[in-house]
Ligand binder design. Structure first.
Ligand SMILES: [Zn+2]
Length: 77
């Protein structure tokens, strides 16, 4: 089984929370389909549009700057 075969256990709800940052979906799943790129064997960038793997609900991926109290690291030149 791979990602092409995966069908969520919940019916596709079609809910759209595209403007809402979520870590966990309204169905309880914390697995998302996200477009990513890789560098040196790690995730380098990711799109903030995502879709719940279980039910298809759309939401916005969290990023470090969304975290309360976020302070940018100082740049070393
Ligand atoms: Zn869901």
């Amino acid at each position: 089984m791979d990602i092409r075969d995966y069908k969520g256990q919940w019916p596709d709800t079609g809910h759209d929370f595209s403007d809402t940052i979520m870590h966990e979906c309204i169905c309880g799943s914390n697995l998302w389909r996200v477009i990513v790129s890789f560098e040196e064997y790690e995730i380098a960038t990711y799109a903030t549009d995502m879709e719940c793997l279980e039910c298809g609900t759309r939401a916005k991926a969290p990023t470090p700057i969304d975290k309360p109290g976020y302070k940018p690291e100082s740049l070393a030149f």
